[in-house]
Every structure is written in structure tokens, then in C-alpha cells.
Design a binder for this molecule. Sequence first.
Ligand SMILES: *Cc1c(COP(=O)(O)O)cnc(C)c1O
Length: 367
Amino acid sequence: MPKLKETVLEIDLSALEHNYHFLRSKLRPTTKLMGVVKAHGYGSDPLIIAKKLVSLGIDALAVAYVTEGVQLRIAGIKVPILVLHPQATNFDLLIAHHLEPSIYSPKILKAFHQTAKKSTLKDYPIHLKFNTGLNRLGFWESDLDYIAEQMKGTNSIKIKGILSHLAASEDATEKEFTSRQIKAFEKIVNNAEATLGPIPIKHLLNTSGILNYPEAQWNMVRSGIGLYGYGNDAAIDPLLKPVVSLRTIISQLHKIEPNESVGYNRAFRSPGFKTTATLPLGHADGIGRQYGNEKAFVIIHGKKAPIIGNVCMDMLMVDVTDIDCREGDEVTIFGNEQTAEVFAAYANTISYELITGISSRVKRVYK
Ligand SMILES: *Cc1c(COP(=O)(O)O)cnc(C)c1O
């Protein structure tokens, strides 16, 4: 890479390719892989990621909301796209771009069915989402009769898939709960097929599900975070490669005397002679105030520099007293040297929140 001149989010498509093949290696040859590119491709760039995944042979993609799917279609993505949380107000748009809704309640089924009939659709593919314990979205098993009633004699919609979502697939302490979710899904699938006929695609597992419960693959799995290089597991992380790295440069160095303060509200009071570096990124870029006041570290020339004082909107300051560095030198917030999982943990959050929160002001560059 050429020398950095500003804050960038580096996107490494070879890392994505590596992670794709790693996840595929965990699947039976017949299991389909759906790539989750919601939330701006987990904060990266949904179009670049989706195009790369399609070129690698991804079977389908998933987004959270209709507008995210529309963006992919406009960019020419042709593979099936599941919308995990469609809103009735966007059904026309969803249909116009041939996105597949995850239908999660009697009310939303009825609304979608009405729209489909009105639009004189034929065999429009939908997925039925069942709640098995996450208690977020989903039909209850007892809704099967209602679903059967709606489906009777209709040819405007067709059930293509059935899914549920695990609540704690990454938690070793919740194995029993997860096993109960898997059993509940199995029962629902059996009853649904007995009531509604064969359902082509059955999918339950997210990334940690793929890694921890491979027996529950059915015939498709949905991976997000794993494709971006995180496995929610210290044993797995070395086998994956981070797709995004947040890097910046030192704007200015300051010599600080004992008892001087640094930053807003004078939150850092210097106990001695210090050198600080000011970096051109702040909470408006997605590095929140929770990382300030020595909670988190950035990496400069392989060494850890603590963030001192309050994180500002557009800048933050780090202590570089013990690091031999100059203005213009490169700084890594997260990437290979310190993963997003490690950086997120400084503020008691998770890689998902950190990487999806890097704001659009940060330039995306491709490796
Ligand atoms: C976000 C999401 C996923 C992807 O989860 P990862 O842990 O990132 O693999 C899968 N399924 C559903 C329903 C989701 O909302």
C-alpha cells in the first residue's frame, strides 16, 4: 500500500476470499452459503463485498432492510437476496427488485399476501421465520395453522425457505439452550413440511452456529461476521483474516509538561513530561467516547499507545511518550496488528458494533 495520508478503512478482498473458503470448508458440499451484507456490509462496502462474494460462488445474500437489497440489485447483483426484516411499507419496492422477504408474523404474512395478489404475482418466493428462543422476530409454532390457511389455494406466493436464528451460538455456557433451539427448529420444520408440503431451503446457523453446531446445517447457513474475519472465538480468530482495518496518521505531536491537561474538560492531567499525538479521527468517525480516558490503545510502530482524555468529535489524542514516532507516521486502530475484536473489548463491546459503526466520512480504500 502507498504511504497513508489520511484516515482510511482498508478493505482487503483477499481476506474475504480466505474467510469464504474457510467457512465453506466447514460445510457439507450440499450446504448452501448465504452471505450477510446488511449494515453496509458490516460497515465496509456492501457492493464491493457482494460482488466479490458472487464471484466466489456465494449461493445467496441477506440484508436487514429492503433499501439495502435495492442497492445491491441496482448494482447488478443477481443472486437471491433475503430481506431479514422487511417492512410492509416497502413491499412494492421489495417486489420490484425481486427481493425475498423473511415473513415473521401472521400480520406481515397477510399484508404480503395481499400485496402479492394485488400485484398479480405468481409463486413469489418467501421465507418463513420462526422464533425458537431469541424472542426477537418470528412466528410461533402454533401459527402454522394460520399459515396453512393463508397458503391454501394461493399461487401468488410460494414458501421457498424456513428459518430461525440462534440467540447464543457463540456462548459455550449456553450449549444446552442452543441445543433446545436446534431441537425446536427441527420440530417446526417437520410440522411445517407435514402441513405445508416440502420446503426447499431450511436455515438456522449464523457464523458461530456454523463453527459450533455443524450438525445443524440443514441445507443452508447464513454467515456475516465470519466472512469479515471474526469467529467470536479466540481459537478460531487466527484462522480467519480481518477484512477491514482502520488506519490513520499522526497529525501533530505535543510536548506536555507535568500538571498540564489534554483535551476537552481537561480529562487527562499529565503526571509528568509526556509526548502526545493527535490523530484525525473521533467519535463522528465511529470511535466513541467510551474508548477514551485510557480504556483503549492504538498501535504505532508495533507499540500500544493509550487514548488519553476525552475522544473529540473529529480527533483523539494518544500518549506516545515511549514510542519513537513522527508526525505523518501510520497508526492502526484495528486490523491485523490488533483485531477489531480486541479493540472493541476495550470498551466492553463486540466487533459487530465497532465495525458497523465506522461512519461514511472515513474513506474506504481497497487492497
Ligand atoms: C445478522 C444475522 C446473521 C449473521 O450473523 P453472524 O453472527 O454475523 O454470522 C444471520 N442471521 C440473521 C437472522 C441475522 O440477523
